[in-house]
Design a protein around this ligand. Structure first.
Ligand SMILES: NC(=O)c1ccc[n+]([C@@H]2O[C@H](COP(=O)([O-])OP(=O)(O)OC[C@H]3O[C@@H](n4cnc5c(N)ncnc54)[C@H](OP(=O)(O)O)[C@@H]3O)[C@@H](O)[C@H]2O)c1
Length: 293
């Protein structure tokens, strides 16, 4: 691989790991961080420390941004001349924030690629690291080989918000699962069950449930819910029992009440024999969004 000039803005845990991966790949890396001490540590590894963002951006064609949040990324880039640069921003944010950055970059004459990181700093540059990108296909094509130094590259098309669209959906499922686990732990404890006893049968049941998500996805995307083996009416009864148990055991959980409300609404509209997946239709906005591809 040809040695390239790359700038990394932001040397928190993630930014530092990115800069180190580029250095290991034999590239010439310029770094900048708001607090200068973190940048000096990387100088030891061979990076050039830029005193200002303006100088850091001027040093490379590829500028990678990894700061705390969208507001910080905007603040860091404000005032820098990014014209002609390939900007790759792996700062977490909402889909709309990514699109706003892409519009701003276009106004400045820069190309913008947004990245959503599925890795922890320790796994950057290993087979366990994966980054979803969307936005400029020119940046993706030109810099793909270099970006592969960070982890597996998946490109999701030219809508800069799409990578974050995957990200927020996956995070919602993750926190739903983690919140469900915490509630399960409280419920188990209130029945005299240790959480360590609960975990093996729970993990086994979750593994069995995985194919159901694939079935539900097909039903939701096609809008045909008639073939459901797990009907809304049956789940309504099951959720009713579960809510009674949570109250009786002193650990009510609003998230479960919300799930039952989604189910209740579909049953009330006469769809009790349809698949549980139909509960997604209870989200007011769901039908307004057509699938883009
Ligand atoms: N760490 C992970 O496992 C991981 C995984 C996936 C995605 N991410 C995402 O990657 C981004 C960075 O994460 P991280 O773990 O590196 O965070 P971090 O260790 O907390 O570092 C935050 C960085 O942002 C900088 N910063 C904060 N506010 C700033 C501002 N107003 N102006 C300029 N710089 C500012 C900090 O500078 P100072 O040093 O001066 O405070 C620091 O360099 C986040 O959006 C995070 O969600 C992280």
């Amino acid at each position: 691989m040809t040695s390239e000039a790359i700038t990394v803005l932001g040397l928190g845990n993630l930014g530092r790991a990115l800069a180190e991966a580029f250095l290991r790949g034999g590239h010439s890396v310029t770094v900048w961080n708001r607090s200068a001490a973190k940048a000096s540590e990387l100088a030891v590894g061979g990076a050039v420390v830029a005193p200002t963002v303006v100088e850091a951006v001027a040093s490379a064609d590829l500028v990678v941004v990894a700061v705390l949040d969208h507001a910080a990324a905007r603040e860091v880039l404000r005032g820098a001349d990014v014209r002609g640069r390939a900007l790759v921003n792996v700062t977490s944010g909402t889909p709309e924030e990514a699109r706003e950055m892409a519009r701003w970059a276009a106004e400045q004459g820069a190309e913008y690629l947004h990245g959503a990181v599925y890795a922890v700093p320790q796994t950057i540059g290993t087979a366990e690291s994966s980054i979803n990108y969307s936005g400029s296909s020119a940046v993706h094509t030109r810099w793909r080989e270099v970006l592969e130094l960070l982890g597996k590259v998946t490109f999701h098309g030219d809508d800069a918000g799409r990578a974050s669209g995957f990200d927020v959906a996956i995070l919602s499922a993750m926190y739903g699962l983690l919140g469900g686990f915490l509630h399960a732990a409280a419920l188990a404890r209130s029945s005299g069950i240790e959480v360590a006893e609960l975990t093996p049968p729970l993990l086994s049941w979750l593994a069995d449930l995985r194919p159901a998500l694939v079935t539900f996805a097909g039903e939701i995307d096609s809008g045909s819910y008639a073939a459901g083996e797990s009907s809304l009416a049956m789940n309504q009864t099951g959720l009713g029992m579960l809510l009674r148990a949570t109250r009786a055991q002193g650990v009510p959980f609003a998230a479960l009440e919300s799930v039952k409300e989604l189910v209740d609404r579909q049953v009330a509209e006469g769809h009790g024999t349809d698949s549980l997946a139909r509960a997604v239709e209870s989200f007011e906005a769901f039908r307004r969004f057509a699938v883009r591809e």
